[in-house]
Design a protein around this ligand. Sequence first.
Ligand code: GLP
Length: 241
Amino acid sequence: MRIINCHTYEAMSRKAADILAAQIQLKPNCVLGLATGTTPIGAYQGLIKKYESGSLDFSEVRTYNLDEYRGLTHEDPQSYHYFMNDQLFNHVNIDPANVHVPDGANTDADAACADYDRMVAEAGYCDLQLLGIGRNGHIGFNEPADEFSKGTHCVDLTESTIEANSRLFEKEEDVPRQAYTMGTQTIMNARCILVVANGENKAQAVRDMCFGPIVPTCPASILQLHPNVFVVCDDAALSLC
Ligand code: GLP
């Protein structure tokens, strides 16, 4: 793992955008694994700036998002698909046909997850996977569990995740209780992984991810087994390392 201390959120976001942009420039038809959450917003803004300045072309880029709430359509403003359109895709020249997010509207969980797994596998898995990290060490929506997950699956969100994510909803009852998420094995199949984390409330999770035991009770700890991981943080997120 290469841990990069960028000190501030702004510098962390610039570094993450630089890494993502370099991947796109080196391989214009690359497969990017993308993440939601507030952490990557700055990196997405950095990518939009690079696109607007003419230094980045998304026309051949293919994207696969990590997760989606079960039961939300892509037009629902609380869905992760909507978030991605709003934060990135609507602002760059990506082909909508190249954008993939698990289908939250398909409430047949087995079919929705199997379809997504097939698509990611057919794309040859991700060249670069961007990840945030939950306060409990979750990646995507792979919550602390008894074993590491493999492919895309339906999860029951933990109380801590529902509470953490409720800030983006009007009230906590509105947060969906289930989600579809890429599994840990699918994430680990990416050739390069970029984790972004900022703020004091991520410090314990970042420490456990980088230096704790490799256990499914901290799903992000599996990343210690990946040969090509960048962990890009601000001072606060690294304050316990
Ligand atoms: C959600 C997402 C994760 C994300 C996490 C942290 O649960 N499913 O992919 O990493 O939240 O979000 P934030 O960056 O807002 O702290």
